[in-house]
Write a protein that binds this ligand. Structure first.
Ligand code: ARG
Length: 465
């Protein structure tokens, strides 16, 4: 018979039980559930709703359950409907009637929502710290490679010369925004909804602020119906995680390209690659590919919960039990991806010769050739056309712009002079791009120090949480 047997006899069909049960996945919130119940019991004592003796028994019982679960002395009972029922059932088994009192002035509806607030608050910080480490690794690589010239691409066609450091800093910017977003979502996660009860609050003289304070929450949900039925904080977190994955996935795609023989711009440490069961020469970037692949899965988690929530009337509906697997899955996947990407990127080695060789082909200094003429007085559109014709000529002669003799240049414009060769030298093309946020080494250095400052600010912001 179920603990909730009341109007019905509480005897349910085995298939219905299995269908209804969430214990196989919500038991991971056991610590939050127990901590939350301890805070609840303290509040019930403070407000005189329960006696000191009962609360003492409840707290000791709950602490022991937690310890036994952690030590492996107590196994989760798969027959209990969910983690909340399991803990209460175990408590009553251990301390008798006092155990039956812990559920006074609350409902599973506010209990599960509160547990989820606690759980996601904790994981938000875990993921925050992993992204911090990722950024530190990227910044160290950017510093090391701030003067390494490579082709920058648009449409995956060689476009203009850049530095590898600059390229990596672009990812730093993305992950810094991810930290900012996680800090923001944290504020709406760090809210106590316990005391909303089933949906309408309670007639008991509870003290919601005190209970929230015991759990370290910075604020309290102000509408009991919203408290039990809001899953915005879960969706926001999922959406932030989907964005983290999108960023990791774009980087993964580049790593897959850069490690191919066609590019061979970087070498990954063997520890983060795999071989083939048949082709002995293979060194595959499986970690990057899998990260890219898991992105679809995390997007799916976000879509699943958005769809679960879209048609739900207020307040609690059992549909909402479907919130946990997607968010738990997304948290697990993102953490795993970060945990493997951090050391992989840390040990990744750039191959500057190959990057430079690639940068010498593809006429990536053609813009600089046009700029050269423009700076000597030719309107940009005309200069652009002249540079285009010169590229065409080089293609016909199978040479690069740097190799074309000055007399050839002069046939196209008498503005050309000896100084043109310096103007189109790759290092010059890079180091003249000193505009704010540009690829010049001096700018990349600024970029790195600005990013370090921002990382510190975001981390300080997080330390107040
Ligand atoms: N296992 C449920 C969930 O995850 C807990 C809340 C159940 N509440 C209820 N009234 N049936 O949502």
């Amino acid at each position: 018979m179920k603990m909730w047997a009341g109007r019905t006899d509480g005897i349910t069909d085995a298939v219905a039980d299995e269908f209804n049960s969430s214990i196989s996945f919500d038991s991971r919130m056991y610590a939050e559930d127990i901590d939350s119940s301890i805070a609840h019991a303290r509040m019930l004592e403070k407000t005189g709703i329960l006696s000191h003796e009962d609360v003492k028994k409840i707290i000791t019982g709950l602490e022991e359950i937690k310890k036994d679960l952690e030590d492996g002395k107590l196994a989760i009972d798969p027959a209990a409907e969910d983690i909340h029922m399991f803990v209460e059932q175990e408590l009553t088994k251990r301390i008798g009637d006092a155990g039956k009192k812990v559920h006074t002035a609350r409902s599973r509806n506010d209990q599960v929502a509160n547990d989820l607030h606690l759980y996601i608050r904790k994981e938000n910080r875990n993921i925050f710290h992993l992204i911090q480490q990722l950024i530190e690794v990227l910044l160290a690589q950017a510093e090391k490679n701030k003067a390494v010239i490579m082709p920058g691409y648009t449409h995956l066609q060689r476009a203009q010369p850049i530095t590898f450091g600059h390229h990596l800093c672009a990812y730093v910017m993305m992950f810094l925004r991810d930290l900012d977003r996680l800090n923001d979502a944290y504020q709406r996660t760090d809210v106590s909804v316990i005391g909303s009860c089933a949906l309408a609050g309670t007639t008991y003289p509870t003290d919601r602020l005190y209970e929230a304070q015991l759990l370290g929450f910075s604020s309290v949900g102000m509408n009991s119906m919203d408290g039990v039925s809001d899953r915005d904080f879960v969706i926001e977190t999922l959406s932030d995680l989907a964005m983290v994955m999108m960023h990791l996935s774009r980087l993964s795609e580049e790593i897959v390209l850069w490690t191919s023989w066609e590019f061979h711009f970087v070498e990954l440490d063997d520890a983060y690659t795999t071989g083939s069961s048949i082709m002995p020469q293979k060194k595959n970037s499986d970690m990057a590919e899998l990260t890219r692949g898991k992105t679809g899965r995390v997007y799916g988690d976000l879509m699943a919960l958005l769809t679960v929530m879209k048609g739900l009337p207020l307040a609690y509906n059992k549909d909402m039990q479907e919130d946990k697997q997607p968010v738990f899955d997304a948290i697990d996947q993102v953490k795993m991806c970060l945990q493997v990407n951090i050391p992989m990127l840390k040990t990744m080695k750039a191959i500057p010769e190959n990057m430079h060789r690639a940068a010498q082909k593809g006429f990536i200094n053609a813009t600089d050739l046009a700029d050269y003429l423009t700076k000597k007085g030719m309107p940009f559109r005309d200069a652009y056309k002249t540079a285009g014709k010169l590229v065409h000529l080089c293609l016909a002669r199978d040479c690069v712009l740097e190799e074309l003799p000055l007399e050839e240049y002069r046939k196209y414009s008498d503005l050309f002079d000896e100084d043109l060769y310096r103007a189109i030298a790759l290092s010059e093309c890079v180091n003249k791009r000193t505009s704010l946020g540009g690829t010049a080494v001096s700018q990349v250095e600024n970029e790195i120090s600005r990013a370090e400052k921002k990382l510190k600010e975001l981390s300080d912001e997080e330390s107040i949480h």
